[in-house]
Design a protein around this ligand. Structure first.
Ligand SMILES: [Fe+2]
Ligand SMILES: [Fe+2]
Length: 192
């Protein structure tokens, strides 16, 4: 029995495995491994980090209409409808994780909500999930080794590195930037 889930971690794993593609499940397991390492380094409960990582992309393979229905049913910010799966699977996904998986730990749910955009109000757990998702051993982008070393040395420096590089990439591709990503950038550029 997990403190953060009503069953065992193995049971949670098998539920998540059925909710996502095989490729995504393998990513989730690598995020779990990375999150556990970071949690030990930064004195965060490893069981909590493990459950947060296992559920973080639980909703990623859901249909747009599933997300739109939850936005209506739960009276979430209507502006969410102007975004897409990249934003929904965190913010709206947290509601599904609560309702469908019975996860009630508010730090885990917030870490899931914040894992794509970051935030100006991230717990250590949120920072760990944000970085583990970015740095898991299946990631091979230019700079990943530098980002891993920075994060190993100082978690906050890692958060700053990620948000800076993600924004630069989005702007270079003329892609839209969610306002919360800008908030995250403006906070971390001064605080890390
Ligand atoms: Fe994700
Ligand atoms: Fe992910």
């Amino acid at each position: 029995m997990s403190k953060y889930y009503s069953g065992t971690v193995a049971q949670l794993e098998s539920i998540v495995a059925k909710a996502v593609s095989q490729k995504r499940f393998e990513h989730i397991l690598r995020v779990r491994d990375y999150a556990i390492v970071l949690s030990k380094k930064y004195n965060v409960n490893s069981d909590q980090a493990e459950v947060a990582a296992l559920v973080h992309d639980y909703a990623k393979d859901r249909s747009d209409s599933d997300f739109l229905n939850v936005i209506d049913a739960k009276h979430l910010d209507p502006d969410l409808k102007n975004w897409n799966n990249a934003i929904w699977h965190g913010v709206v996904g947290a509601e599904m994780i609560h309702d469908e998986l019975g996860i009630t730990d508010s730090e885990i749910l917030d870490a899931v909500r914040q894992h794509t955009t970051g935030s100006d109000n991230m717990s250590l757990l949120s920072q760990i999930l944000f970085m583990a998702d970015y740095l898991e051993m299946g990631r091979h982008f230019p700079g990943v080794e530098e980002a891993r070393a920075l994060t190993d040395n100082n978690l906050q420096s890692g958060v700053k590195y990620q948000i800076t590089h993600t924004l630069a990439y989005l702007a270079s591709q003329s892609l839209p930037i969610h306002p919360l990503s800008l908030t995250t950038y403006n906070y971390w550029v001064k605080h890390a």
